[in-house]
Design a protein around this ligand. Structure first.
Ligand code: ATP
Ligand code: MG
Length: 256
């Protein structure tokens, strides 16, 4: 089943075409990796998909609803969550509260809640807490729930970023280099979690520079260069594609 459909998306910054007539679809329950050299436009595409950046033209459908240039709030409520290349957390509140805020925001609009009977509000709070607990346990940070987010290690912050995204209840996860800069042990753990999430039916769009990881984990690989999609296919097909080799050789090896 087609979960996300991107059609002819274009975005320029100061005349530079950063996303250039990009189209692809994502199948539900699959891991699709988005790869390409530094500056190819991958993060910009995530910003467009999550509503943080307005595209110039094109269309985007999620579950057949147009989400093109809609607000981040609207898009998140439909079930698209993302992590950031530069981790975004509330540093001076606890790990627990970081995740609880995400699960509460999803459990309904707050101004409506004030009109509801108290019992309903308590029920929502309880559900949000259960969700937060489940997400922290899933990433293995439940025993760190009292820590300030800023006191976690870099790898733990990446895991917390993932827990926050999961706590929103998103069906589609946009993960911007979730393993970059973390030690091999944590990287392995994150990759295992992504496999488990796929098995639970989540759909993942995954930006990653490490080719071995991409080849191991992906169902589909999409390669971008200068804002365009140059190749899409199975890991095996992409690995042997000459255009892909040229893209990487022409602009360094893409590692960052
Ligand atoms: N807000 C902005 N204003 C101007 N230019 C921007 C803006 N955001 C991104 N760019 C430019 O768009 C291009 C693509 O950037 P983007 O961050 O999408 O690349 P990327 O594929 O994610 O690269 P990397 O692998 O290094 O993370 C770059 O040339 C970048 O400088
Ligand atoms: Mg990027």
């Amino acid at each position: 089943m087609e979960l996300l459909k991107i059609e002819h998306i274009k975005k320029s910054f100061d005349g530079l075409k950063v996303v250039d007539d990009l189209s692809f679809t994502l199948e539900k329950g699959k891991i699709t990796s988005l790869i390409g050299p530094n500056g190819a436009g991958k993060t910009t595409l995530f910003n467009i998909l999550s509503g943080l950046c307005k595209a110039d033209s094109g269309d985007i459908y999620f579950n057949s609803n147009s989400i093109f240039n809609k607000s981040p709030y609207y898009i998140a409520n439909l079930g698209i969550g993302r992590t950031f290349q530069n981790i975004k957390l509330f540093p001076q509140i606890s790990v627990w509260d970081n995740v609880l805020l995400a699960s509460q925001n999803h459990s309904g609009e707050h101004f409506i809640k004030t009109l509801l009977p108290t019992k309903q509000v308590h029920e929502d709070e309880k559900n949000a807490e259960e969700k937060a607990m489940e997400c922290l346990e899933f990433v293995g940070l439940f025993n760190k729930k009292e820590y300030f987010a800023e006191n976690l290690s870099y790898g733990q912050k990446k895991l917390l970023g993932l827990a926050i995204t999961l706590a929103t209840g998103a069906d589609l996860l946009l993960l911007d280099e979730p393993t970059a800069g973390v030690y091999p042990e944590t990287r392995k753990k994150i990759l295992e979690l992504l496999g488990q999430l796929r098995d639970q039916g989540k759909t993942i769009l995954f930006i990653e520079h490490d080719m071995k990881i991409v080849m191991d984990i992906s169902d589909i690989v999409i390669v971008m260069n200068y804002g365009k999609k140059i190749v899409e296919g199975s890991p095996e097909n992409v690995k042997n594609n000459q255009d892909v080799k040229d893209a990487y050789l022409g602009r360094g090896n893409g590692s960052s």
